[in-house]
Design a protein around this ligand. Structure first.
Ligand SMILES: [Zn+2]
Length: 391
């Protein structure tokens, strides 16, 4: 874990902790067994020990980590179990492994392997609650396309999607696409009718196309502010239009590198904490020490600050952060309070997916985020987290 070591561990015995509920402020003692909470009882305020407790988070966009990728042709179910366990150590109780633009067979392989991993392990099944298909039905333009391979970008194809959904055993829960691509609007209608959440992303859509997408059922802007042209018309552009559309929630990569603080602040203020979702978009090199690594057709470099770049250039090539770093960064920025920051990484994405909320209640998973309040200033939170105890 990043951050300072715990100076005052909240654990009492092996499977019990005390702290203040992150939302209600009530001081509680939580006990668990076999990975589930078995009791929650109020205790006196002096017993909080400067600790705040929240449920584990939910990340809508993870591509891999520690050198492993869901998109790799060699991706195995052992890799899936390994990644699930590692994400959990970063505070993620649930997430959507993300398959990006690729040929039919590579995406099918990733989804079928994940489906097998879910069958093999109850823990992996609990963490990988579904999958995010990001592409291949996106803009072919440089900029909006991001790092997705142009040769595999194509128009929506319902039959192709259904074959992927079969391989995924019905667990593709989120699809990111560009609404201006021919055939996208009826495709959005079909996905929405099938219960799949539709997100707009890697797009160069105009205002009319964005409006048509929302009317067809699109509900989210994927990593708003990234996957864009470097230069845009100042007023008439898809960033302002998505920002101003109250029907769309927005996900943001708040790792400190993908968006300037001013853009993060503007998005959160306009969308509000109830419609903003923190995602990591963690790439396959996330979690690795600084250095150069072979990747795709060339090399990528992990910098000492965690940024992942094309060597010798300032161009970002995926995120090197997991969700805990994004949350820490948001706490540092202080745009919204601690409880809202926790919910932007947990309750809000769960609500978008239609998952039940995680609560600190009997029967819920014993997966916690522990935040430590500074002793000198009780209203302040130190911008670091201790994550995941239990089981
Ligand atoms: Zn993307």
């Amino acid at each position: 874990m990043e951050g300072q070591p715990a100076s005052n561990p909240p654990l009492i015995g092996g499977q019990r902790l005390r702290g203040r509920h992150y939302r209600s402020g009530e001081t509680i003692e939580i006990a668990w067994s076999g990975g589930r909470i078995i009791s929650v009882r109020p205790v006196s305020d002096e017993d909080a020990g400067g600790v705040v407790v929240a449920p584990a988070w939910c990340d809508l966009q993870v591509n891999g980590g520690w050198g492993l990728s869901f998109n790799s042709p060699t991706f195995s179910s052992d890799d899936a179990h390994h990644l699930a366990a590692e994400y959990r150590r970063h505070g993620v109780g649930e997430c959507l492994p993300t398959l990006i633009t690729n040929d039919f067979e590579s995406i099918r392989h990733g989804l079928a392997t994940l489906a097998r991993a879910r069958r093999e392990s109850a823990v992996t099944r609990q963490i990988f609650v579904g999958y995010h298909l990001e592409g291949p039905y996106i803009s072919p333009q440089d900029g909006p396309r991001g790092a997705h391979p142009l040769s595999q970008v194509r128009r929506p194809n319902w039959e192709e999607f259904c074959r992927w959904q079969d391989a995924a055993e019905g667990h593709i829960r989120l699809v990111t696409l560009a609404p201006e691509v021919e055939g996208a609007i009826p495709f959005i209608e079909k996905l929405s009718a099938a219960g799949v959440v539709v997100a707009i992303g890697h797009t160069a859509a105009d205002g009319g196309q964005l409006d048509a997408a929302v009317r067809a059922g699109a509900r989210l802007s994927t990593h708003l502010g990234n996957g864009c042209h470097a230069i845009l018309p100042r007023h008439d552009n898809y960033l302002w239009q998505q920002l101003a559309d109250d029907r769309l929630a927005a996900s943001i990569i708040a790792d400190g590198h993908h968006l300037p603080d001013s853009v993060i602040k503007t998005i959160v203020r306009v969308k509000t904490a109830e419609q903003t979702i923190l995602v990591s978009d963690a790439g396959s090199l996330a979690g690795l020490p600084p250095g150069r690594y072979p990747c795709w057709e060339g090399e990528l470099e992990v910098m000492s600050d965690g940024k992942i770049v094309l060597p010798g250039t300032p161009y970002l090539a995926g995120s090197g952060a997991f969700l805990d770093r994004c949350v820490r960064n948001m706490l540092r920025l202080g745009i919204v309070g601690r409880a809202d920051t926790m919910d932007m990484a947990g309750a809000v994405p769960r609500r978008l997916l239609g998952l039940p909320p995680r609560r600190l209640e009997v029967g819920e998973p014993a997966e916690f985020i522990i935040l430590r309040e500074s002793s000198s200033e009780p209203s302040e939170i130190e911008p670091w987290l201790e994550v995941m105890i239990g089981r």
